[in-house]
Design a protein around this ligand. Structure first.
Ligand code: F6P
Length: 348
């Protein structure tokens, strides 16, 4: 049996742990031949991107960030005749089953291909932790640890200079990285997409804190946080240049500057912004993400072996379970009220 593996969407720490686990169990226990499909779905649209991977290819990759299979945000459904080309490539390369490791976009494509008869299973990946149907995606823990470390460092310089430091973190339309790194790093305010904010409320809290005798503050803001105005009470996001990728995702970024400028202009407190950006996605995975990635990889190859296609490996409590791909498509897992209300205790 030939099993193809691909990684799609933005990279994240832990991808190599998944690939390694699939190769180890697939080759040694099940006697499968594993094929790497390079650069995500692009690997099935262009020639020369499907190659066998053996145990030597996956040796030593566990602590490495990124993905040995490379990745792209290619959407076959945005390419002319894309679906047919993908189906033909799977046939031409004699791939019997496919494992797609990716976020909601990649797994959404996997769900459609399953409907077309492809034997496919998914593995949920993203630093954003926003995939519906699983309690955790791998990559998230590493991103939260990187952001927390940054907030700790920013604390000391904020305090020395009596400044307000605004830290902008990733996470797209979910505030998971912001809420968890903000709580762990002791932020004085956390702004997330799930709770649209206005500058009056932000400034009231910062002012109150300074009146309590604190000369510095740390604000963590998620890149997708929504700004409320009287014309747009539902909130609007700030985008970099309005461009979108092949899945229609806008490039977020800039809300940190908006918040820092707003505080400085209204309150007169010297403010600075730090945009953590892709640092959150780079480098070696934490032990947690190596473990979660390994568990997901083992589950994925077991699902292939049992013929349980059309599912993705998910974490529910402490168990790794199979969840139908159709259940997650088009949905986003966002921060719940309980967690946000806990964070609010530490605001101001
Ligand atoms: O989905 C992961 C993520 O890092 C988001 O948090 C962020 O908005 C986006 O990808 C950035 O994408 P790119 O790497 O294409 O700039």
């Amino acid at each position: 049996m030939k099993v193809g593996v691909l990684t799609g969407g933005g990279d994240c720490p832990g991808l190599n742990a998944v690939i390694r686990a699939i190769a180890r169990k697939g080759i040694i226990r099940y006697g499968y031949v594993i094929y790497g499909i390079y650069q995500g779905w692009k690997g099935l649209l262009e020639d020369g991107l499907v190659h066998p991977i053996d145990l030597s290819d996956t040796s030593g990759i566990l602590p490495k960030g990124g993905t040995i299979l490379r990745t792209s945000r290619t959407n076959p459904y945005k390419v002319e005749d894309g679906e047919r080309k993908v189906l033909e490539s799977i046939k031409k390369n004699r791939i019997d089953a496919l494992i797609a490791i990716g976020g909601d976009d990649t797994l959404g494509v996997a769900a459609k291909l399953y409907e077309k008869g492809i034997k496919i299973v998914g593995v949920p990946k993203t630093i954003d932790n926003d995939i519906y149907g699983t309690d955790r995606t791998f990559g998230f823990d590493t991103a939260v640890n990187i952001a927390t470390d940054a907030i700790d460092r920013i604390h000391t310089t904020a305090e020395s200079h009596n400044r307000v430091m605004v830290v902008e973190v990733m996470g797209r339309h979910a505030g998971w990285i912001a809420i968890e790194s903000g709580l762990a790093g002791g932020a004085d305010m956390i702004l997330i997409p799930e709770r649209p904010f206005n500058m009056d409320d932000v400034c009231t809290l910062i002012k109150r804190r300074h009146e309590r005798g604190k000369d510095f503050s740390i604000v963590v803001v998620a890149e997708g946080a929504l700004i409320k105005t009287s014309e747009h009470p539902e909130g609007t996001e700030i985008t970099q240049d309005g461009s979108v990728d092949e899945f229609g995702n806008v490039r977020l970024g800039g809300v940190g500057n908006f918040v820092a400028m707003g505080i400085e202009n209204r309150l007169g407190f010297e403010s600075r912004v730090v945009i953590l950006g892709h640092v959150q996605r780079g480098g070696s995975p934490t032990a947690f993400d190596r473990m979660l990635g390994t568990r997901y990889g083992i589950k994925a190859i077991d699902l292939v072996h049992k013929g349980q296609f059309g599912n993705f490996a998910a974490l529910k409590g402490s168990e790794i379970v199979a969840v139908p791909l159709a259940d997650m498509a088009g949905k986003t897992r966002t921060v719940d009220d309980e967690l946000y209300e806990m964070a609010e205790v530490f605001f101001g």
